[in-house]
Ligand binder design. Structure first.
Ligand SMILES: [Zn+2]
Length: 109
């Protein structure tokens, strides 16, 4: 296997930081809606919609964070970079693009 685990781990830790700070930021916004620029009545609807959007973004970020954490534990137990379906090594360029991929290109379809 030609995957550099140290590099992958580094990438994953960076992603983890990024998702965690994204989640914190969105949480702040949801809890402090008065920070929003639009304070006018007529903008309430927009504000609600933005909150919905933020909640979607947050659940996406949380989901990604779970993937990243799973990938980190796969590095720990030595199964990182193996396709969950066929057990073959996941393509290097695929892991570079998506460090928490759990399926090879063939099985990701
Ligand atoms: Zn596969």
């Amino acid at each position: 296997m030609s995957i550099n685990l140290d590099t992958s781990k580094q990438n994953l830790l960076e992603l983890k930081d990024e998702y965690e700070s994204r989640i914190n930021k969105i949480e702040d916004h949801i809890q402090n809606p008065q920070d929003d620029l639009n304070e006018h009545w007529e903008d309430q609807a927009i504000s609600y919609r933005q909150n919905d959007m933020r909640k979607n973004l947050m659940s996406e970020a949380r989901q990604s964070l779970i993937y990243v954490e799973n990938a980190l534990s796969r590095i720990e137990n030595g199964t990182y970079g193996e396709c969950e379906v066929c057990g073959e090594p996941i393509e290097e360029q695929r892991l570079e693009a998506l460090p928490y991929a759990t399926l090879c290109m063939e099985h990701a379809e």
